[in-house]
Design a protein around this ligand. Structure first.
Ligand code: SF4
Length: 444
């Protein structure tokens, strides 16, 4: 029997899809490259934005046609953030879906396929995903307790639940034996890791720094990343761990969301812009050369022009390496959807979004230009033919910037995914760096 998984949304969903695939493999199922060749099609959904939800609904429509054509010989499962605690509405909208599973409820799908399957307590902890390249995502804390007013995540993924350090360390060791060189530790608020775990004898609860240390010396592992930071969960201790541990990359993704205190309060983000700025300064003092990315929402309920301009001013002042910007879209079920008015017209939201994009293009261009002639360590993830037929390798530097590079000797042996290569940067843009390998790959 064969399955096909379609994944939308964040890295957490990508990790969930790999884990489901590992569970299906344990039950003897094989992957199919497209749903036309599968007995089971899984749709792993995201509803953080309307567009993502629309894409999932469109894809389900396509599967419906396929199922009809094959006279029902295709089972359809939907998992991810589209699936809340109640599925009555979804079942009437998509009656042809066979099984609905909430995020991380993989066993609901497996039990549907093999109702008699014995999925004991050992099944999931020992079911580690097959990595699909040298960089791999490892969820370490699920859910979120914060209830920002615009966000659907806590309703769909539940409260914060950390995985045990040993369980994570076993997964990291397993994927590294299969060629992984870089892991990204994932959580909606990754610095909350450990707050819900028991304290050890005579000591505090484990935190993200302890987790870094527990996996740091895993054979084969070269880099550790972590996503996504939440300002109020950050601690000096975690930031110092990033500075001290050589394999932990000096890159932080800390969502700002807005640069105005009243907008932050109505989003219920739990910090002021002054507090946010303090954390950025502390990181830059403690981790020299750290690269910082952030998320911004424009056009939130009631956001005025002067408030939006304060966001631009903060972006100009703090100068992030990368900004992910989104126009606010109300998500049914959230506090903002229930109690706040979506006042900013769509056209104005798009104008604000483009204003952030063009400001950031200039800032990122200036930041990257300073890397000209520097040597960056790149983890090779892929290659393709350049316009002149020469092979162009690509990967990311420690600061998570995309780097495309060539070998100085086109007749040489080249590189393979997983190699760590020192690359001299010869050209920069706002979006990527380009260069030439400065030496053969180096060991971790
Ligand atoms: S911190 Fe806020 S925005 Fe992030 S997942 Fe939690 S509720 Fe959503």
């Amino acid at each position: 029997m064969r399955y096909h998984i379609w994944t939308e949304g964040c890295q957490m969903n990508e990790a969930d899809s790999l884990k489901l695939a590992a569970g299906l493999a344990k039950l003897g199922w094989a992957p199919a490259p497209k749903p036309e060749e599968a007995d089971l099609a899984v749709v792993n959904t995201c509803v953080v934005r309307q567009k993502a939800e629309d894409r999932a609904a469109g894809y389900l429509g396509k599967l419906r046609g396929l199922k009809e054509k094959r006279e029902g010989a295709l089972q359809i499962a939907v998992m991810g953030c589209m699936v809340g605690p109640r599925t009555d509405d979804l079942r009437s909208r998509f009656p042809y879906v066979d099984v609905w599973a909430r995020p991380q409820s993989f066993e609901v799908i497996l039990r549907h396929l093999l109702p008699e399957a014995e999925l004991g307590g050992e099944f999931w902890p020992e079911t580690f995903p097959e990595p699909s390249g040298p960089a791999h995502f490892v969820p370490v804390i699920h859910g979120c307790n914060k209830f920002c007013t615009y966000c659907i995540v806590p309703y769909r993924r539940g409260r914060e639940r950390s995985r045990a350090i040993n369980d994570i360390a076993r997964e990291v060791s397993s994927v590294c034996q299969n060629g992984v060189r870089e892991v990204t530790l994932l959580g909606q608020t990754v610095e909350a890791y450990g707050k819900d775990l028991p304290a050890g004898d005579n000591r505090a609860k484990p935190d993200l720094g302890d987790l870094f240390r527990a996996i740091h010396d895993t054979p084969g592992l070269a880099r550790i990343r972590f996503l996504t930071s939440y300002p109020r969960d950050m601690t000096e201790r975690i930031i110092r761990s990033v500075a001290e541990l050589p394999k932990v990359c000096e890159h932080f993704n800390i969502p700002l969301q807005a640069g105005d205190n009243d907008v932050l309060a109505s989003m219920r983000r739990g910090y002021t812009i002054e507090e946010y700025r303090e954390w950025v300064y502390r990181i830059r003092d403690t981790v020299p050369g750290a690269s910082l990315s952030t998320d911004v929402i424009v056009g939130f309920c009631g956001e005025t022009e002067p408030q939006f301009e304060r966001t631009l001013a903060v972006l100009e002042e703090l100068r992030f390496d990368k900004v992910h910007v989104a126009a606010y879209s109300p998500r049914p079920g959230t506090i903002a959807w229930r109690h706040m008015e979506d006042t900013v017209p769509q056209q104005e939201k798009m104008r604000r979004l483009h204003a952030v994009e063009s400001l950031q293009e200039r800032i990122a261009g200036e930041i990257n230009a300073r890397l000209l002639e520097s040597v960056q360590e790149v983890l090779v993830e892929g290659e393709k033919d350049g316009p002149d037929g020469e092979t162009v390798f690509s990967g990311r530097n420690r600061g998570n910037k995309l780097v495309h590079f060539r070998t100085p000797d086109p007749q040489g042996t080249g590189f393979v995914p997983g190699d760590l290569v020192p690359v001299r940067i010869t050209r920069t843009t706002a979006w990527s760096l380009q260069g030439v390998a400065a030496a053969a790959s180096v060991a971790a």
